[in-house]
Design a binder for this molecule. Structure first.
Ligand code: LHQ
Length: 261
């Protein structure tokens, strides 16, 4: 059974983490297949949105700990190797993808699994899902962008509480705290995530890519540099066919037919 399932429909690349017995914990094969899928999403013009979810009752339980079994006499593992070669490139790939990524968190998201969800652009979660910064329970530091995303999304008091205590945060609380876009009834999750992905896949793809660039740069920029960046990105957006189509459709009082160009 492949540890990642990939399907394509109407401009959406749906990627499903598929190790349900391990709550979709990451192993090297899963990293490799996810990397391949995100390269397809980046390189193929026909893909205009990505939908990421998990199979079974979990979204992703982070690193597969059964692969990290440390006997007393074993040499310690250098964890920076797997962050440098797998997790960090994954987070960078998700953020840099010039197309929107919708994440449907179908169940528990723990450790790197929680932070990979937070690296996506629109995060929806089933009401039964939860987010756990489980790292401190193992003596580790939140990784995969956790120490970057958490304080920016929920403020430093809540970020510190989540990181130190490693308690489960329900999907509803995550929505109230501004950690995610929306919590939804379980049976509506995939339907709603697909509806959003479909709308994005039919939208002005180049403009969306530029919106991602602008918003993700904003956290590290002064107002002055952000205004300059907006000017430059708007210049680029203004040269797109979709901008031309958007204005024409508005003036002709019809629905725009965006091509993603
Ligand atoms: C698992 C796992 C798992 C293997 C559940 N591995 N089997 C990056 C780079 C380098 C190094 C280190 O780390 C990282 C990033 C990280 O992600 S570190 C953090 C790793 N993840 C965790 O610490 C989470 C561990 N899992 C849990 O705390 C719980 O399983 C959660 C809270 C996710 C869910 O709890 P429950 O709903 O009660 O489920 P469960 O614990 O019964 O798990 C179900 C099965 O899944 C179980 O197997 P079994 O054969 O007994 O049914 C677990 O052993 C397995 N599983 N997480 N990460």
């Amino acid at each position: 059974m492949a540890s990642i399932l990939v399907s394509r429909d109407a401009g959406i690349l749906t990627v499903t983490l598929n190790r349900p017995d391990k709550l979709n914990a990451f192993n090297p094969e899963m990293h490799q297949l996810l990397r391949d899928a995100l390269e397809v999403a980046r390189d193929e013009a026909g893909v205009r949105a990505v939908l990421l979810t998990g199979s079974g009752r979990g979204f992703c339980a982070g690193q597969d700990l059964s692969e990290r079994n440390l006997s007393a006499d074993a040499a310690p593992i250098d964890l920076s190797v797997s962050l440098g070669s797998n997790y960090n490139p994954l987070v960078r790939r998700l953020r840099a993808l010039p197309k929107p990524v919708v994440c449907a968190v179908n169940g528990v998201a723990a450790g790197a699994g929680a932070n990979i969800a937070l690296a996506c652009d629109i995060v929806l979660a089933a009401r039964s899902a939860s987010f756990v910064q489980s790292f401190a329970r193992l003596g580790l530091v939140p990784d995969s962008g956790g120490t970057y995303f958490l304080p920016r999304l929920v403020g430093s008091a809540r970020a510190m509480g989540l990181a130190l205590l490693g308690e489960r945060l329900s999907a509803e609380e995550a929505e109230r705290w501004g950690l995610i876009w929306k919590a939804l009834d379980d049976e509506r999750l995939i339907e709603e995530a697909t509806r959003i992905a479909q709308a994005l896949a039919a939208g002005p793809t180049r403009g969306y890519g530029l919106i991602k660039k602008a918003l993700y740069a904003s956290a590290g920029n002064s107002l002055d540099s952000q205004l300059d960046l907006e000017r430059d990105l708007q210049r680029e957006a203004g040269f797109s066919e979709d901008y031309r189509e958007g204005v024409a459709a508005f003036l002709q009082k019809r629905k725009p037919a965006y091509k993603g160009k």
